[in-house]
Design a binder for this molecule. Structure first.
Ligand SMILES: CSC[C@H]1O[C@H](OP(=O)(O)O)[C@H](O)[C@@H]1O
Ligand SMILES: Nc1ncnc2[nH]cnc12
Length: 300
């Protein structure tokens, strides 16, 4: 089967290394100006025939640590396939009693606690300065639409998985989990969830004019609860398989409906960079920027 223009991309995190519930079409490994993506991108088709692109952010065998994920290559590779909307999944710890392991959440805000120098912009080293708006890190219309669509998908699956919305996700560097003091501090800051990979992914999607939403899947209670041992990878691992099965169901259900929904939803971020540049982009020929934003840049 031929690979068509793919409008929706999925990024899988811990435990979610494939969309094996869809029909396999092929694999493609684009070399972007920022290198290769974390893993070759799998193209699969939905029952309607529409195609979806999937990338495993830690690699298919989970060999890439959160600090080393080639996020620019992942986003650029998806964009090169025609992707205008990404739905990303991320395993997270819960900083709130009411958000239990096994629950799903749509975060609306992020707090950046990464500090290992992950590249966060496509414009680094290009000589062009761009300031993308990031007050709402996830595309608001897409997130609002997803609330109902994900709820419906979870109901349809029938396992009784709960969905939380409007939560604040703290993104830490890792790979070690937080100390108890840090975990308690994040709660005081208003954090509801904690993970290691949501940034810079969301920033890069915004720069690439891709609509982007994150579905967070809770695996543990992090380290803030008194009298508990604290989080371990083994504890997280126990819940990953169920969360991944539910994520696959949600992805298939939601993307099928998204492709049939108002086309404006898929293009929510289109044009958002037009006023972000500090110097006229037309005057700036750059092959890397042309790869990600051909609307504004030409190859040199
Ligand atoms: C396996 S627990 C820590 C690990 O899980 C999360 O990964 P992802 O966001 O890709 O699902 C978390 O961010 C850490 O990378
Ligand atoms: N407690 C936690 N802290 C950071 N990332 C996580 N991913 C899953 N659980 C996590």
């Amino acid at each position: 089967m031929a690979i068509d223009k793919v409008l929706v991309g999925v990024i899988g995190g811990s435990g979610l290394y494939n969309l094996g519930n869809l029909t396999y079409v092929g694999e493609i490994n684009p070399l972007t100006p920022w290198g290769y993506p974390s893993s070759p991108i799998t193209i699969s088709s939905l029952p309607s025939g529409a195609q979806v692109a999937f990338v495993a952010r830690h690699g298919k065998d989970h060999t890439i640590s959160p600090s080393a994920i080639p996020a620019r290559a992942n986003i650029a590779a998806l964009k090169s396939l025609g992707v205008s909307t990404i739905i990303a999944f991320s395993a997270v710890g819960s900083l709130r009693e009411e958000i239990a392991p096994g629950d799903f959440a749509l975060p609306s805000q992020l707090i950046d606690r990464t500090k290992g120098g992950r590249p966060t912009s496509f414009f680094d080293g290009t000589g062009l300065v761009a300031h993308a708006g990031f007050s709402d890190p996830y595309s608001p219309h897409l997130a609002a639409w997803l609330t109902e669509a994900v709820r419906e998908a979870l109901k349809d699956e029938g396992r009784g998985v709960k969905l939380w919305t409007d939560k604040t996700l703290v993104v830490m560097e890792g790979p070690q989990f937080s100390t108890r003091a840090e975990s308690l501090m994040y709660r005081q800051w208003g954090g509801d969830l904690i993970g290691m990979t949501a940034l810079p992914e969301a920033k890069l999607a915004r720069e690439a004019e891709i609509s982007f939403a994150l579905i967070a899947t809770a695996t543990d209670y992090d380290a803030w609860r008194p009298h508990e041992a604290g989080v371990t990878a083994a504890e997280v691992g126990k819940i990953l398989r169920n969360n991944a099965d539910t994520s696959r169901h949600v992805a298939a259900h939601v993307i099928e409906r998204l492709l049939a929904a108002d086309k404006a939803l898929l293009a929510e971020e289109s044009g958002n960079m037009r006023f972000a540049f500090m110097a006229a982009p037309g005057a700036h020929k750059n092959a890397a920027l042309a790869y990600i934003l051909p609307e504004y840049f030409e190859a040199a």
